[in-house]
Design a protein around this ligand. Structure first.
Ligand SMILES: *[C@@H]1O[C@H](CO)[C@@H](O)[C@H](O)[C@H]1NC(C)=O
Ligand SMILES: *[C@@H]1O[C@H](CO)[C@@H](O)[C@H](O)[C@H]1NC(C)=O
Length: 267
């Protein structure tokens, strides 16, 4: 989202306020009644990774800022910690957008894994418990962005992300992506043979996300589920009737699970 005018002092106290904000215990305490409904008369304004031009991506502060700027939906990427907690983070490795390299205690965690046919080397979120991930601080991905909030905010969980949407002063939807499900299901095991996708849908159910597009339930808690992995979307379509978006990259780029390129799949 782009930078708009705001009172710098108020904004700063807002940011510091959310850095100190105790996210637990969950769920959100906000009553769902009487909130301004989501607008449905014009295209949705979706805050991709939060207001990440201003504040490091997928942090609580980036999402709260996006809501303040008028986002209809906040968008995120769901991965998992080693101990099976779903987190909001874009890359399978922590290297580019956190300070993991400065943590000597984690120096021996670097690994090389095959990710969708490519050997990727780095510090993988699936090798860190949530407690360890919470020690890291997020930083901007690109040098041309505002660097002043680097090192100030931690990685958040999927539940914390949901609580930010539910705590908003008006109805704000969520737009989570099931990210790299093959890698996650290879490296993370949940009790009773549950898969990443089961855990994902379970979390949505816990907070009341359900219903087809524009249904009463959907309008109260709007959601779009997105993925580059068609198998995951088919699997979860058995579990929830929330709307799903199949993402297609460049037409030569394979899907995240079936390794098909665009002309090879029909939906
Ligand atoms: C990835 O690394 C393995 C083990 O070193 C190697 O056998 C394989 O050819 C590599 N794959 C690619 C796509 O580079
Ligand atoms: C959907 O659920 C049914 C009943 O549990 C199961 O038999 C079927 O294999 C599932 N389909 C997919 C695509 O997971």
């Amino acid at each position: 989202m782009s930078l708009t005018c705001f009172a710098p002092f108020l904004f700063l106290s807002f940011i510091l306020g959310c850095a100190a904000r105790p996210f637990y215990p969950l769920p959100s305490k906000m009553s769902n009644q009487n909130r301004q409904p989501m607008q449905t008369s014009r295209p949705y304004n979706i805050a991709h990774r939060g207001s990440n031009g201003e504040i490091p991506e997928e942090t609580a502060a980036a999402y709260m800022r996006a809501i303040e700027e008028g986002a209809d939906f906040i968008e995120t990427d769901i991965l998992s910690s080693k101990d099976g907690v779903l987190i909001c983070f874009h890359d399978v490795i922590l290297d580019l957008t956190t300070d993991v390299a400065n943590h000597k205690e984690f120096a021996n965690r670097k690994r090389t894994y095959n990710v969708q046919g490519f050997n990727v080397t780095g510090f993988f979120s699936v090798d860190f418990t949530l407690k360890e991930l919470k020690k890291l601080r997020v930083k901007q991905r690109y040098n041309f962005r505002d660097q002043q909030y680097n090192g100030k905010f931690s990685i958040i969980t999927f539940e914390e992300f949901i609580s930010i949407a539910l705590d908003a002063p008006r109805v704000v939807g969520i737009y989570p992506e099931i990210k790299n499900p093959v890698l996650i299901n290879q490296h993370v095991k949940w009790p009773n043979g549950k898969r990443f996708e089961d855990k994902f849908v379970e979390t949505l159910r816990k907070y009341g996300y359900k219903g087809s597009y524009m249904s009463k339930d959907w309008l109260e808690k709007p959601i779009f589920i997105q993925s580059f992995a068609p198998t995951s979307l088919v699997y979860i379509s058995n579990l929830t009737n929330s709307p799903k978006i199949f993402l297609i990259d460049d037409v030569t780029m394979p899907t995240q699970d079936t390794n098909q390129v665009c002309p090879e799949f029909t939906l």
